[in-house]
Each structure stands twice: as C-alpha cells, then as structure tokens.
Design a protein around this ligand. Structure first.
Ligand code: PMP
Length: 464
C-alpha cells in the first residue's frame, strides 16, 4: 500500500493514520502503511485517492449488492432527508418508510416471519434476537431456557453478545466473551472432514453433535441455535447437503429456536432475497439481516420474527413487562427509505435471476484456478466464494502463517486493479451483483497471475 501522491489526499491519509481507530485492524502494520483512501466509485469499481481504478471483488464488505453510484439511491435518500430526516419510533410513532419496509420484508421473508425489528447492522440484529428470545421464554414461564448454541468458525458480529456467539477463535484472542450463555459445536466444513469419511456420515456426525450438546446442557436450558446458511467470515463454508434441515429437526425436537443469520446471504448474494428456504429448504424462527438490505448505502439491520414469537412477546404480560428494547435509530426513516429503494432496484432489474446465471459462471471459472499449485479448495455458491490456499494439496497442510499468503495474493491483485479480501490463508470474493462476464474474466485472469506471482515468491523465500 502506498501513500497517495496527490497533496490533499496525503493530508487525508495523515489525518486517518493519526486519529482514526479503524475497525478490525492490525495496528502494527497500519502504523507502517496507513490506509488506502477510497475516493470515488461507480457500479463495480472503486477509485483511490490517486485516481487508480479497481474492480471491487468484495462489494465493500459483502454488502454493495446493487453496485456503487446509483443516482436513484442518492435521490431517495435526499428526498427522505428533506421530508423528515428522523423521528423516534419508540412507543406509538412511526414513519412511512419504516412501516413500508417492514411490510416488504414480511412479504419477502419465508413462512410466517412477518414481524420486523430494526437496528443499525448485523451485530445488533443478532443481539436483538438474543434479547427477544430471552424475553419470549420468560413470558412463556420457561425462565431457565437461556443458553445459545452456535458453531466454531461462525461469525455473528462484534458487539459483546454477537462476538460471544461468533465461533472464530482468532477473534476472541485478547478479549473476554460471555461463556455462561454461549456454547459452540464444531464447524461443518466438508473440505476438512476426516479422510475417507462420506459427506453423509460427516453431516450426521455434526447433527448428532448438536443433539448431544443440547442433552448435555439440558433441553430446559437451551433457548436457541444460531447459524449462517453459508458461513462467511469463517471461510465461506457450505455445509453438506441436508445439514440445515436435519439441524432444524433437532431444534424442533427440543423446543430450541433456530436463528438464521442472513446478514451476508440475503438480498441476492445467493440468487434469492432470503437463502434459508430458497437455497436450504428451512423456515427458521428468526432471520437476522443487514448489509445487502441497503447495499451498504446507509446502516440498517433487521431481526425478523415468526408470528408465534411475536404473539408471545406482544401480548399483555403477567409480570407487567413491556418490550423495553430499542435504539434511538431503530427504524431510521432515511435508512429505511434506502432499503426500500434498494429492494425496488433489485426487483426491477431482476438481480436475483442475474446472480443465478452469472453466479454459476463465476463458480465454474473460479474452479479453473484449482490447477494452481497452492489452490486446495474453491468453494461457495454464486457471489459468495472463497479460495483456500495450502502448502500441500494432498495433505491439505497449511502454508506457514508467517508467509501471509492471503495478504500477498490480495496485494498482487490490488497492484493489478482488483480488490479481494485476505482471510488468513484464504481469499474471499463477494462482488456486487451487477458483475458481468467481462468483469468475471478479468477477475479470474488477475487472480491466476497474482497466485502465480505469490507461488514464485513463496518458493524463493523457502515457504514452499
Ligand atoms: N453476521 C454475519 C454473518 C456477518 O457476516 C456480519 C458482518 N460481517 C455480522 C453478522 C455483523 O454485522 P455488522 O458488522 O453489520 O454488525
């Protein structure tokens, strides 16, 4: 990463380095290199402070689904600001976009998930789910039902509770998490299953592990299971066929609520507005979503509840409790206006259909990289993909972390005009949904060159 050459951007670079605490940042390298300043954007491209243009292979952070620079979004946002930029929705006030978007989400969500609570992003949507679940079981008189089960390598956010539910062990180093309430079972990663084990046996073993965990903790104490349909930040893990359906059956057996974290998978990334039912055949009790809900144009998250849960939490409570949960910005009208316009654009342009076509091409083209010496696995679905790099394709042994292979590949890509996300030894791809065949061909050629250049470096430095 290099400092911008242009004077005004250099000043920005310096202000950022000296004063801005970046999220999720290794401060030691940050202090050396500072940031790449992003100054402009258009459709699938972003432009840095020096005017260099990059294809954004990660859609900001799995979120710019409709692409950058949509004038219609700017207009919808500006119009709402002029009309009424803010009003609290506490108690009995609302705004037009908050109500309309809730109805639209109820229409799009599967089954009888008809009731929407708003927050500012995915972490808060998951924290909200926990608070609602606890309130729900308290009102049912099942006060011991409080524990949450989630998976190693699942990612659910960065607030205290959401990070505790997260199972990416690296993310917990140096921090404390809630250990009384949250329990993890293992990750259903088919690539890392024991050699020789069938996918079906592997799947059944993971499902059995959930049942064993519920029985170990006691069904009367377990409130909910949290899972992403496809794990994102944990390395784009697609579970074996039938996994979610079998897991849901175990949850139902023990009265455990199933929360589907669709923060990444909703709004077109897998070719559907919601993936739980359309892609994996399950109707969960709660869906959490954010990111693609506004395509990142403004912050917004939602927790969508079934009729059954809503009925319990909304009836007059014996203990006099009311629903004392909410934020100043719950249902922010400008964010909701952005959400409505975003969904309108997705529907009008049939972006889900486009993802189903172009996503198949993207998957197939990425798989051609499997002939490269370090590409051990190419996995994911549609516009949610990952390349796992390994030292030995037979044994699946990892490359020494000191080699920072994911970062090296990302740097080579960036020097060639493509942004991909390094994730330890992996690289993740989650482009805007407006990607064309030409864009995909450019991405594949650039990845191939970048991985080849990385292999040469690793060999010359003795890492391979
Ligand atoms: N859940 C999942 C599956 C996510 O990928 C993320 C963010 N990457 C979150 C929750 C947290 O969302 P936010 O960063 O908007 O709080």
């Amino acid at each position: 990463m290099s400092k911008p050459t242009n004077i005004s951007m250099q000043e920005v670079w310096q202000q950022d380095r000296d004063h801005y605490i970046h999220p999720w940042t290794d401060f030691s390298t940050f202090k050396e290199t500072g940031s790449m300043v992003l100054a402009d954007s258009d459709n699938v491209h972003v432009v840095d402070g020096d005017g260099n243009r990059y294809l954004d292979g990660i859609g900001g952070l799995w979120c710019v689904n409709i692409g950058y620079g949509r004038e219609e979004m700017a207009q919808a946002i500006a119009e709402q600001v002029r009309q009424i930029p803010y009003y609290s929705c506490f108690g009995h006030h609302t705004t037009v976009p908050a109500a309309k978007l809730a109805a639209k989400l109820a229409e799009l969500a599967p089954g009888n998930l008809n009731h929407v609570f708003y927050g500012c992003g995915g972490s808060v949507a998951n924290d909200t789910a926990v608070r609602i679940i606890h309130f729900y079981f308290n009102q049912l008189g099942q006060k011991s039902k409080k524990k949450i089960i989630s998976r190693i390598d699942g990612y659910h956010g960065s607030t205290y509770m959401a990070m505790s539910i997260t199972g990416v062990k690296f993310d917990h180093i140096g921090f404390d998490i809630e250990e009384q309430l949250v329990h993890h079972i293992s990750c259903p990663n088919p690539y890392r299953r024991p050699a020789g084990q069938s996918l079906e046996d592997f799947c059944n073993e993971k499902v059995q592990e959930l049942e064993d965990k519920i029985l170990e903790l006691g069904p009367a104490k377990v409130a909910a299971f949290f899972a992403e349909p496809i794990m994102g930040a944990g390395g784009v893990i697609v579970p074996p066929e039938g996994y979610h359906q079998k897991i849901l059956a175990v949850c139902r057996k023990y009265g455990v609520l199933y929360v589907s974290d669709e923060v990444v998978t909703a709004f077109g990334r897998l070719g559907h507005m919601f993936a739980s039912e359309a892609e994996f055949g399950i109707v969960p009790d709660i869906i959490t979503c954010a990111k693609g809900l506004t395509s990142g144009y403004l912050p917004l998250g939602a927790t969508i509840l079934s009729d059954e849960i809503y009925e319990v939490i909304s009836k007059p409570q014996a203990d006099g409790a009311i629903f004392t949960h909410g934020f100043t910005y719950s249902g922010h009208p400008v964010s909701c206006a952005a959400g409505l316009k975003n969904i309108e654009i997705m529907e009008r342009e049939q972006l889900c259909d486009q993802v189903r076509d172009m996503g198949a091409y993207f998957e197939a083209q990425l798989k051609t990289l499997l002939d490269l010496p370090i590409v051990g696995d190419v996995r994911g679905r549609k516009f949610m993909m990952c390349i796992e790099n390994v030292a030995d394709k037979e044994t699946k042994a990892l490359i020494d972390p000191k080699a920072r292979v994911g970062n090296r590949i990302a740097d080579h890509c960036q020097a060639r005009g493509l942004i991909v996300r390094p994730l330890a030894h992996m690289n993740v791809l989650s482009p805007p949904l407006t990607l064309t065949k030409e864009h995909i061909d450019f991405m594949i050629a650039t990845l191939r060159e970048s991985i080849e250049a990385t292999v040469q470096e690793l060999r010359s430095e003795g890492f391979l």
